[in-house]
Design a protein around this ligand. Structure first.
Ligand code: ZN
Length: 415
């Protein structure tokens, strides 16, 4: 439960003007290395300072204390990075491009929340209080994306929008329950769960918040990394977060209360995702097509080329668009090509039962830090959610390519 109310030293104001170079002042709250300063720049470093709340070291799990924490930045895929805080002695400030498997929140991550009654006006003009749980789901870690204009943006709101949360004042529908979340009230402990992710947060509710929660059979959830919920004691402190789009919100139905309609996607919306991995290589992506496994590799590559979806103008010549097919390391039955127009990463592989063409959305080369099928599947499920915008319903074993490689198929529905 939010690991207490340890608060850290004051942070620099969010309004500090951007300097031309990413010089780090002596009162910058973190140690950052040269590459982090260079790549994030002054604007990215400001976001770092306003979205990381150091409680526990993400290496050893112990309290960070008063010494200036170091920041580890991991480039997950090009232009998407995660940043976490550590004791400098546990993890010196570093920028790393090695992809890791920990897109799911690591066990050491702390969260914090605060509950409110939120006065809201119905369409009939009447005021109705709604319970609101304001959560910071990852105090010590944040994800950034780089926009095309080179500016960095915090990934939190975008991530939770993909889970169904919405932006207040823009597209939030207050009382529409989110299908991917559930809430359970046991005494005064409210547990909010995010399905398929293992992520859950507990909040203590009492008094009017508890009674409205029971009465309405649900609660509003607000998620942000740009604030420490323990520091938000009045609702009006949330207004800057709302105006700057740094909070995502949604309605979560209470288990046992009247259930919302279950949305069942039509079968034609089902997609198949392929997870393929060995001890030192893993990919996940959408299955685009399959064909006869007796084709030669050259025939299969030509077959695949015709099926790679073209963005925009369908009359563009297909030949010459792709870089050369390249053999995948230590996988004699797999080739990949990067399509320069769509920036897609396409794999053609001979499995025991068929050639497959897969549009890979995330890959790991080098040793995956996962020991079990479950961990690799968790990584693939998260990648599909974030990068493919789909929800994987289940992973089932499928015929594979070569000894040492494992293949799973996942049924996926649009989010
Ligand atoms: Zn440590």
């Amino acid at each position: 439960m939010g690991k207490g109310k340890r608060l850290r030293a004051s942070r620099p104001s969010r309004d500090r003007p951007a300097g031309p170079a990413a010089e780090v002042s002596t009162n910058y709250p973190f140690e950052v290395d040269e590459q982090t300063r260079r790549t994030l720049g002054a604007q990215g470093l400001r976001l770092l300072a306003t979205n990381l709340w150091p409680l526990d070291c993400q290496s050893c799990g112990w309290e960070l204390g008063s010494a200036r924490p170091s920041v580890l930045v991991t480039e997950l895929v090009p232009f998407i990075v995660s940043a976490s805080v550590h004791h400098a002695r546990c993890q010196p400030a570093t920028w790393t491009t090695g992809v890791n498997l920990t897109m799911n929140p690591p066990a050491r991550l702390s969260y914090a929340n605060q509950t409110f009654l939120c006065p809201l006006q119905n369409s009939d003009g009447e005021w109705h209080d709604r319970p609101l749980v304001l959560t910071n789901p990852s105090l010590e870690m944040v994800t950034f994306q780089r926009r095309q204009d080179g500016q960095w943006t915090v990934g939190t709101v975008e991530f939770f929008r993909r889970m169904g949360l919405r932006t207040p004042g823009k597209d939030l529908v207050i009382d529409k329950p989110l299908p991917d979340f559930s809430a359970e009230l046991d005494g005064t402990i409210l547990t909010l769960r995010v399905h398929d992710t293992g992520e859950q947060w507990e909040a203590t509710v009492s008094g009017p918040v508890e009674s409205r929660l029971r009465e309405l059979g649900g609660t509003l959830l607000g998620v942000t990394t740009a604030a420490h919920p323990h520091r938000i004691t009045h609702l009006d402190q949330m207004i800057p977060l709302i105006h700057s789009g740094q909070i995502a919100m949604g309605w979560i139905a209470l288990a046992g209360a009247e259930q919302p309609l279950t949305e069942t996607p039509p079968p034609e919306d089902l997609k198949t995702y392929v997870l393929h991995y060995s001890a030192d290589h893993a990919t996940v992506g959408e299955l685009l097509a399959t064909t006869d496994p007796s084709l030669t590799s050259a025939q299969a590559q030509a077959w695949a080329l015709d099926r790679i979806p073209l963005p925009g103008d369908a009359d563009l010549p297909r030949q010459g668009r792709l870089l050369e097919w390249q053999q995948v390391n230590r996988d004699p039955n797999a080739w990949y090509a990067l399509d320069a127009l769509s920036l897609g990463d396409f794999f053609v592989r001979r499995h025991d039962d068929a050639w497959t063409l897969v549009n890979v959305i995330s890959r790991i080369d080098g040793a995956p830090a996962a020991d079990t099928d479950d961990e690799v599947q968790d990584w693939a499920t998260t990648a599909a959610r974030i990068l493919g915008d789909v929800r994987i319903l289940s992973w089932v074993p499928a015929p594979t390519t070569t000894s040492g490689f494992t293949t799973f198929h996942g049924a996926a529905v649009p989010r």
